[in-house]
Design a protein around this ligand. Sequence first.
Ligand code: PEP
Ligand code: MG
Length: 571
Amino acid sequence: MERVYRGIGASPGIGIGRVLIYREPELAGWSETIEDTERELERYRAAVREFSARAEARAEGFELAVGAQQAEILRSQAAMSLDPVLAERIEKKIILGKPAEAALDDECRRFIESFAASSEEVLRLRAADVRDLRDGLLRILLGLPETDLSHLPPSTVLIADDLSLAAVSSLDPANVVGIVLSHSGQVSHCAILARALEIPAVVGTPGVFEALSGGEVAVVDGTKGEVHLGLSPNKLVGWGRNREQFRLLRDSLREFIGKETHTAEGVPLCLEANIGSENDVLRAQEYGIDGVGLFRTEFMFQSRDYFPTEEEQFQVYQRIALALQGRPLTLRTLDAGGDKLLPYLHHPQEENPELGCRGIRLCLREERMFRTQLRAILRASAFGNVRMMLPLITSVDELRHVRALVAQCREELAREGLPCGRDLPLGVMIETPAAVVMARLLAREADFFSVGTNDLTQYVMAADRKNTQVAGYYSHYDPAVVRSVEQIAQAAREGGIPVAVCGEAGADPLYLPLLLSFGVRELSVLPAALLPTRKAVSRWSLEEAHAVAARALELETENQVRAWLEENKRL
Ligand code: PEP
Ligand code: MG
């Protein structure tokens, strides 16, 4: 009999195959006493070294095969294993007579239990990360082999409670056609890696694990978030067709590789990439890009345990600028704070970190660190078409303050005989309500705007972008957000400066007629969204876009706007 289990679509596509149930082995059975404290401490330290080296090796493999942003997830696990606070606590317990396994288990359990009980999804996800770390270290201490799922049979639908990062990163997409996790969330690290591997995945389906014994034929619809079981042969044929359609769609995008981006009547659009590292540029360049519209420089800061030096930053920026061969490289200055904490920086304890010291505020507070980045950017501007962009701007003052710092850094560099480009366009991200209201004034002093629709939606709607409790409010289709974007584009037009969109809405095909109609001619999207966006742009003429946008602006509710854009969608 047919059964459907509903969860959350975590990686799009359809997979049809046989169920294989995977359970992580119980990690237990260590002794309760130790003989030699020094030896025990060394055993623990050696396990940490081994774990960190394995995570780093996995990250490198993943970076080559898939992409740097995803590899960062694996790297951050290596960094977490080396966390000095955790090490100190565990070592204290060992000194007090606990074996390494028990000390590790005790300490991690405290974190896991308190994070897992949190109502915040971000913290619950952190519990999964700590569990992953503990299990990985325990395996090494207990002499168990590393999880390796690289040799599963062809057409496997992998069902598990949750998967460790080591397990997901070892999967071979040629064999695994679908993943179903009874726990885990859409923004879990597992889900991100599954998307990167293009394996359809559904998460958050508690019932499914118990209902299966293995060997059943299952369909995983990672787009809708459904798992279908007990299907008749006829139905299976239908699902096979759906799977082909999805693949055809994916394949149809290939004709857009390396092409220019323009509307149906030939109006050109600048299509750029959002990147987090040098490798992302390489991937994006395979599809053809007009530049980089957003380099999230914070990844470089997050993947180290110290501030990257001026020289280190300069080298990275310079290499990317050169690789782009005259096409723009838009460097966003450090956007840390909020949920992006740097382990080596003292972030203030904040009740509402998203409304706290993040983005440009943090940079202006940590001026020495900021100057280092400004100098590196200025130096890189001698080697390409570099632009600088400031996150979380709320006032004209901030922009003026940065301009003054840039001028000072330029003078310093000139005195030191270090070359800079003659011109460094300075743009602002429009992602706060204050910036929307001030857009006309900001447009007089900024060289360009880039709309960060992710944060703009969060702040306009007063809905935390990671809080699933208020996910219903967090929508860029809301008339409040649509009107904000229109106002921003109008202010840019009046001020005679270009306006780009670099938030997720820029890659949403439903949103495209709005952006085209408002006059946005520059979109910056993740590498995976480049081809779908190029294809979507080619489906619209400006006249048609104006007609759809005019009606959308008359609508009063989020539902109406979404339904209207759905009705007019062109894929
Ligand atoms: C945004 O807020 O839309 C944006 C592009 O920045 P981030 O997602 O990095 O905050
Ligand atoms: Mg943002």
